[in-house]
Design a protein. Structure first.
Length: 136
């Protein structure tokens, strides 16, 4: 088994697509509109299934915001240079809510950003060894 995608409900589909493509460097892989049931889906990622997990953004017609609740944590994305990535996020209009630094009680370097709907995204610094996948 493998994880195929994570779904987030968003209040403005284009705003969220812009954030994940322009700020985090994902690609828009495909969209699907279902007017009969009043929703649109957009799948994004750094690659497609089955080799890469995708992010599914769901826009329900007429719903502009959702309550986060207390169960949601974050999405995690790896990057080779977290300082450069955070600078790029800021340059492209993203919100860095925790600057890069070691995780409490460890040595892994992390940072947090928030997407336009308030979802938290954790950046984790890791070397890719020349693989060409993930946020740069």
């Amino acid at each position: 088994m493998r994880i195929l995608h994570t779904m987030l409900r968003v209040g403005n589909l284009q705003r969220s697509i812009d954030f994940y493509t322009k700020v985090l460097g994902m690609k828009l892989l495909r969209t699907s509109d279902n007017p009969e049931y009043k929703y649109t889906l957009a799948f994004l990622g750094y690659g497609s299934n089955p080799d890469h997990a995708e992010l599914e953004l769901t826009y329900n017609y007429g719903v502009e915001s959702y309550e986060m609740g207390t169960a949601y944590g974050h999405i995690a994305i790896s990057t080779e240079n977290i300082v450069e990535t955070c600078a790029s996020v800021k340059t492209n209009g993203g919100n860095v809510t925790r600057e890069p630094g070691p995780v409490k009680g460890g040595t892994t370097v992390i940072a947090f950003i928030t997407d336009p709907d308030g979802y938290k995204v954790e950046l984790i610094e890791r070397s890719f060894g020349g693989e060409g996948s993930g946020l740069r």
